[in-house]
Design a protein around this ligand. Structure first.
Ligand code: FAD
Length: 323
C-alpha cells in the first residue's frame, strides 16, 4: 500500500545532520512506493532543500521564521503540526536524536497516535512493515508492526543506511507560512561545552577512553588516533566521574548510545552500563591490560596490553595508510 510519509530534516549549525538522510531511506520503506515529503524547519534553511531531494525526498516543505533559529518544543511543534495538517501524511519519521526524542512524543500525543521509537531496522515482511528496536539496554531486540492508523517512528542515527546521493534528482520545494507564537522558552545563547569535532552520535569511528586512561592528559593519544581515523573521542562514565573529560562524551546507559562502524575501547573494563551504549557497534576493538576484562566478551578484536604503548603504535600505522 503506497503511503505519503513525512520526514523531519534536522539542521545543526547550518547543515543537515546525516540522520535526516537516514530518515529519508527509512521513509522510503514505509512509503512502499508512495511519496516522501521532507519538512525543513528553521531560519534560512530553504537552501538545504536540494540536499534532501538529492538523498531521496520527493518534495520539501520549508517553514522559516527567526523564532525557529534554535529548537524549542513550542516553536517546532507548531511548525511541524502545521506541515502535518497541510500534508496529512500516513507515516512520519524523525531521527532518534535529542531533538527527535523531545519532539516526537509531543507530536504523537497531539495526533493521538502511537510511536515506535529508537528504531534500528525497518523491513517489509509478509506485507507488514516490521520495525526492530533494542530493549533492555540493547540486550534484546523487539519487532513491532503498526496495525492501524498513522505509522510514526524515530530512527536511531547510524543504523539505517542513507540512499546514495543523486544530484540529478529533482523535486518541488514550497514554503509554508506559520504564525509561531506563545513560545514558553526562548534560547538566548548556545554555549558549546566539549571540544568541537566529529559529532559523537553520528561518528563512524569512535575511540573511547576509560579510567585506564588515568588523567585528562591521558586522553591525548586517543585524540590523536581519532583524528587520524576521522573519528570522535568518547568515554566511559568512569573517566567522566574521574574528571578526565566532559560528561558530554559519556557513552552508555546514562550517556549516549552509539553504533559506529568501528569502536576502539581503551582502558574500559566493559561494565554492563557501558556496553548498553556501544555493544551494537559494527566492529569493536578492545585494548586492556587485564585479559579477563569484560569488554573482551563483546570485542571482535582484543589487544591485551598497555594502552599508552598500543594506541600510539596504532596511530603511527594508520598514518602510514593515509586514510
Ligand atoms: P574501570 O571499571 O575502573 O576500568 C578501567 C579499566 O582500565 C580496567 O579494566 C583496567 O584493566 C584497564 N586499564 C587500566 N590501566 C590500563 C592501561 N594502562 N592500559 C590498558 N588498560 C588499562 N558507565 C558507563 O561507561 N556509561 C554509563 O552510561 C553508565 N551508566 C551507569 C548507570 C548506573 C545506574 C550505574 C550504577 C553505573 C553506570 N555506569 C556507567 C558505571 C559503570 O558501572 C562502570 O563503573 C564504569 O563504566 C567503569 O568505567 P571504566 O571501565 O572506565 O573504569
Amino acid at each position: 500500500m503506497a503511503r505519503k510519509v513525512l520526514v523531519l530534516g534536522e539542521v545543526r549549525d547550518g547543515t543537515l545532520r546525516n540522520v535526516s538522510f537516514e530518515a529519508i531511506a527509512a521513509a522510503k520503506v514505509v512509503a512502499e512506493g508512495g511519496e516522501v515529503v521532507a519538512a525543513l524547519i528553521g531560519a534560512n534553511v530553504k537552501e538545504l532543500a536540494a540536499e534532501m531531494i538529492a538523498y531521496g525526498a520527493d518534495r520539501v516543505v520549508v517553514v522559516e521564521d527567526e523564532k525557529l533559529i534554535h529548537y524549542t518544543p513550542d516553536g517546532f511543534s507548531q511548525a511541524i503540526m502545521a506541515v502535518i495538517e497541510a500534508e496529512s501524511p500516513e507515516g512520519i519519521i524523525f531521527g532518534h536524536t535529542a531533538l527527535g526524542k523531545d519532539l516526537s512524543p509531543k507530536i504523537a500525543a497531539k495526533l493521538q497516535s502511537g510511536l515506535v521509537s529508537d528504531v534500528t531496522n525497518i523491513e517489509v515482511v509478509g506485507g507488514n512493515i516490521v520495525f526492530t528496536r533494542p530493549i533492555y539496554s540493547g540486550k534484546a531486540f523487539e519487532k513491532k508492526i503498526v496495525t492501524e492508523g498513522l505509522i510514526f517512528a524515530t530512527v536511531r542515527p547510524n543504523n539505517i543506511s542513507a540512499l546514495d546521493r543523486d544530484e540529478a534528482r529533482t523535486g518541488e520545494v514550497s514554503s509554508l507560512a506559520v504564525d509561531i507564537k506563545d513560545l514558553r522558552t526562548i534560547v538566548q545563547e548556545v554555549v558549546r561545552k566539549a571540544s568541537e569535532g566529529v559529532d559523537l552520535s553520528e561518528a563512524k569511528v569512535i575511540v573511547a577512553g576509560g579510567r585506564g586512561v588515568k588523567s585528562a592528559e591521558g586522553f591525548k593519544p586517543l585524540q590523536e588516533l581519532a583524528e587520524v581515523l576521522g573519528g570522535a573521542v568518547g568515554a566511559s562514565r568512569g573517566a567522566c566521574d574521574a574528571e578526565y573529560c566532559d560528561y558530554s562524551l559519556q557513552i552508555g546507559q546514562t550517556g549516549k548510545v552509539v553504533t559506529p562502524d568501528l569502536y576502539i575501547a581503551c582502558g574500559i573494563s566493559g561494565a554492563i552500563q557501558h556496553l548498553a551504549g556501544m555493544s551494537n557497534s559494527k566492529v569493536i576493538v578492545a585494548i586492556n591490560k587485564d585479559p579477563e576484562a569484560n569488554i573482551f566478551k563483546v570485542a571482535d578484536y582484543g589487544i591485551v596490553g598497555d594502552l599508552f604503548e598500543v594506541v600510539p603504535l596504532l596511530t603511527e600505522e594508520f598514518k602510514k595508510l593515509n586514510i
